[in-house]
Design a binder for this molecule. Structure first.
Ligand SMILES: C[S@@+](CC[C@H](N)C(=O)[O-])C[C@H]1O[C@@H](n2cnc3c(N)ncnc32)[C@H](O)[C@@H]1O
Length: 300
């Protein structure tokens, strides 16, 4: 059994720049899946608590959301139309729960619950017991949603392939011990990704990872891309990296993060290409902010 980090609390980070990028992309993927009537399944290996109180204790002590979703909330009406189109699926969920002003932030399970349809299914893993209880509370009674308190990396193979043969997997571990990035999460993610892609190469997968050491992340992306292409038979053009950094990347407080998407649905790349430059400028916290959207160079 791997040593799990059960001290991590996403409530300290909910709605920060890294969540914005991840959740904009997630909502775009749901939006595309919803273009076809056939049901699908969403699988979240590291679900968190589902819903975050931006006036709660953790958000007050660590108001990272103010430089993330807070800035977007204030500025989006003035954004160019292509940016607004790209943000719309995610912002619609946020607006739906914040009629009186921005007070709550939806985590990935809540975005899933709002964006999936009657015949779709949602499977959530959250290992931390108290977080799992909060997650159950946030999800309420919903027969489409099943929550398991277990290790999401270990659970993943049993979910694949989903009976619907359509769907989306989010792999979003904490990667953190205190303020240090736990590099083991990269290895576990690769291992989980390898098992998953062999079982279900047709699925859409979103792998989130922090960027503190650029060379390490590029090596990870290269290894992941090679595996997706070779073991999963995925077209290289269907592997996307979307990253954003709010200042020059270095160790210490997180400055950059992003996702790798396997089998990105049609249209998602175009929307991200519109949104990322605007988001990078808006959420900048100093010199050296930037973004990238590319197909990672697979290892030769
Ligand atoms: C980054 S947060 C998830 C955020 C969520 N996916 C979202 O986007 O709203 C990571 C979560 O994984 C949980 N966790 C840590 N190790 C785990 C494991 N091995 N399996 C499942 N959950 C785990 C933590 O308790 C934490 O709630």
């Amino acid at each position: 059994m791997r040593e799990s980090n059960l001290n991590y609390r996403h409530a300290f980070h909910a709605g920060n720049f890294a969540d914005v990028v991840k959740h904009v992309a997630l909502a775009l993927c749901f939006d595309r899946l919803n273009q076809k009537a056939a049901p699908y399944r969403y699988i979240d290996t590291h679900a968190g608590i589902g819903m975050y109180d931006l006036e709660g204790d953790e958000a007050e002590r660590s108001p990272e959301w103010k430089d993330g979703v807070g800035r977007v909330w204030e500025a989006e009406r003035g954004a160019p139309q292509d940016v607004r189109n790209a943000l719309a699926p995610w912002l619609n969920v946020i607006r739906g729960m914040n009629a009186g002003g921005l007070k709550h932030y939806p985590g990935s399970p809540f975005i899933a619950q709002r964006m999936t349809r009657e015949d779709d299914a949602v499977r959530l893993c959250e290992l931390h017991e108290a977080s799992g209880a909060l997650l159950r509370e946030a999800m309420g009674r919903d027969k489409r949603v099943k929550i398991e308190q277990r290790d999401g990396f270990e659970a993943l193979p049993a979910y694949l392939p989903p009976p619907e043969r359509r769907g989306l997997v989010l792999i979003d571990p904490p990667f953190e011990v205190g303020t240090t990035t736990r590099k083991a999460d990269f290895d576990w993610m690769l291992k989980a990704a390898r098992g998953a892609i062999k079982r279900w190469p047709q699925g859409t997968y979103i792998y989130w990872r922090p960027i503190k050491d650029v060379a390490h992340v590029e090596a990870f992306d290269g290894e992941l891309a090679s595996m997706l292409i070779e073991d999963g038979g995925i077209e290289p053009a269907k592997v996307l990296v979307a990253d954003l950094w709010v200042r020059a990347i270095g160790e210490g407080k997180l400055a950059g993060a992003g996702i790798v998407i396997a089998n990105a649905p049609f249209g998602v790349a175009e929307h991200l290409r519109a949104a990322l430059p605007w988001l990078a400028q808006l959420m900048s916290q100093g010199e050296g902010a930037g973004w990238r959207l590319e197909t990672p160079a697979a290892e030769s």
